[in-house]
Design a protein around this ligand. Structure first.
Ligand code: NAP
Length: 485
């Protein structure tokens, strides 16, 4: 199937932090791929803005290198890259000073194109950027701003950040990115739930035994040690990515697929989350191995108590989910890189077959990475003679196979989300009250650790985390799904 490309309106996109790591690895290569797909109208412009002393030609060379390295091997030879680079310019700008603002304003003033500002800088600069855009007349009511994670480090800082942005922008102009929401499978999760009659009647505690959400990384903290040690798995992954996935799995059907309705339902889920008991959380820190240093060495603090792994059992107190546990798990230096959501249905209450009761269950697996796709495990008769023996087989929908026949990969999460910003569609972005509610649930967990002086359990690199995580599920008579791609 050839995927359809729906053009967006012409736009001016200013990337603050246009020389940074995120711009280089994700934003600019993503924009190039959208250009190659024919989604970028000819008048559109991309303007890099940072303190580095580049001119347009320097910046174009910088972007060309980024695309050669991270662009996914697309049409760099046939002049396409050069044509894309012509859309790019650069203005040296200091978020904390006067340099560059008049030039930037002159460049985009008078343009009637959709105007978006991507804040791809540290959050401490968000307020400065908002203020300067306002001072220089660029923050009109039609523009949009895109802000990156982390959005605060607790409720207080998130509220302060929301208040700062609200001084100059309406909520309808603020796009808080969580790139997990831009993944094809995550959106397909909503299509599967709400586009089929099959699943929704079973999507509740009467039929669902439990749900697992695993986001496992095989890499360690790498060069991000200093940043990561101030954050940890709870702040870096659970409060945002895992929470968003949990919301999409657990939310009530919105009355329609629009930003307000979807985000209202997600917010209700967060507000219905039970506080987490200390014995329902396991924290871990990876140990040294032949492949690399342990967590504490990697972050340069032999006494660090920041977690690189967290597993937890979460309850949702509402009519639909009371009694069905959600098990969340995320960690670094785990045995494989694998992100998936698994819905384990209950066993049939009576079997007419000769089988161990509960042995065969339907399991729906939504794979986010690698190999995005959805698999439904169903029970069938084992083929051949020998009586009625049951086996579980997967009904598999791999998106690479289903959507990749035009020879191209499905758009990366960043590409999709940036195009949504240009379209003015906030459905896949977090609203301010959602972010605050997520912190309000997360804060007491972290405060509890700090008060109790909790120390994370060590776990072997290339494992599935501390043994306590397995025991937490074993106490409930359950097991984690394998961490494998
Ligand atoms: P980075 O590599 O440190 O880049 C920071 C950018 O900000 C650079 O372009 C820097 O350019 C610019 N900058 C710094 N101070 C400035 C100032 N006073 N005025 C104007 N520009 C300034 O950081 P990053 O990894 O790209 O991350 C950017 C944001 O995305 C952060 O909020 C980060 O948490 C978030 N994020 C990053 C990733 C990732 O994979 N990298 C993933 C998720 C979220 P100059 O030095 O030239 O000024």
């Amino acid at each position: 199937m050839v995927s359809r490309v729906i053009p967006v309106d012409p736009f001016d996109l200013v990337i603050f932090g246009g020389t940074g790591d995120l711009a280089r690895r994700k934003i600019l290569p993503g924009l190039f791929r959208r250009y190659c797909a024919g989604q970028m109208p000819p008048e559109s412009r991309i303007i890099g803005a940072a303190r580095s002393d580049f001119d347009d030609a320097d910046y174009q060379e910088f972007v060309a290198e980024a695309i050669r390295e991270f662009g996914g091997g697309r049409a760099c030879e046939d002049g396409t890259l050069e044509a894309f680079l012509e859309r790019l310019s650069y203005v040296p700008v200091d978020a904390r000073g006067e340099a560059g603002w008049t030039e930037l304003a002159a460049l985009i003033s008078g343009s009637t194109l959709v105007r978006a500002f991507y804040f791809s800088v540290g959050p401490s600069l968000f307020g400065d950027l908002a203020e300067r855009l306002h001072q220089h007349g660029m923050a009109d009511e039609h523009c949009r701003i895109v802000v990156e994670k982390p959005f605060g480090r607790d409720l207080k800082t998130a509220e302060a950040l929301n208040a700062t942005l609200a001084e100059h922008f309406d909520e309808s102009q603020i796009y808080r990115i969580d790139h997990y929401l831009g993944k094809e499978t995550v959106q397909n999760l909503m299509a599967v739930r709400f586009g089929n009659l099959l699943f929704e009647p079973l999507w509740n505690s009467q039929y669902v035994d439990h749900i697992q959400i695993t986001v496992a990384e095989s890499v360690g903290v790498g060069g991000r040690g200093e940043y990561y040690d101030k954050s940890g798995a709870m702040r870096d992954m659970v409060q945002n990515h895992l929470m968003q996935l949990l919301c999409l799995i657990a939310m009530e059907p919105p009355s329609k697929f629009d930003p307000g309705a979807v985000r209202d339902e997600k917010l209700k889920v967060i507000r219905a989350l039970d506080p987490v008991e200390p014995h329902h959380i396991v924290r871990g820190q990876y140990s040294a191995s032949d492949d690399g240093p342990g967590y504490r060495d990697a972050v340069g603090d032999p006494r660090s108590t920041t977690e690189s792994f967290v597993a937890m059992k979460v309850g949702i107190s509402n009519w639909r989910w009371a009694g069905t546990p959600f098990y969340l798990r995320t960690g670094k230096r785990m045995v494989d890189r694998c992100s998936e959501i698994t819905v384990v249905f209950k066993a049939r209450n009576h079997s007419i077959f000769d089988e161990v009761q509960g042995q065969h269950r339907n399991v729906l697996t939504i794979r986010l990475q690698p190999n995005e796709g959805i698999t439904l495990g169903v029970t069938i008769k084992e083929p051949g003679p020998g009586g009625m023996r049951l086996i579980d087989v997967p009904l598999d929908m791999s998106f690479a196979e289903a959507l990749g026949e035009d020879g191209g990969d499905p758009p990366d999460a960043y590409e999709r989300l940036i195009m949504d910003v240009i379209r003015g569609n906030q459905t896949l972005f977090m609203r301010g009250d959602e972010v605050e509610a997520a912190w309000a649930w997360t804060d007491p967990i972290i405060e509890g650790w700090n008060k109790r002086g909790d120390v994370p359990k060590p776990y072997d690199s290339a494992s599935t985390g501390p043994g306590d995580s397995d025991q937490m599920l074993a106490r409930d008579g359950r097991t984690w799904r394998p961490v494998s791609p």
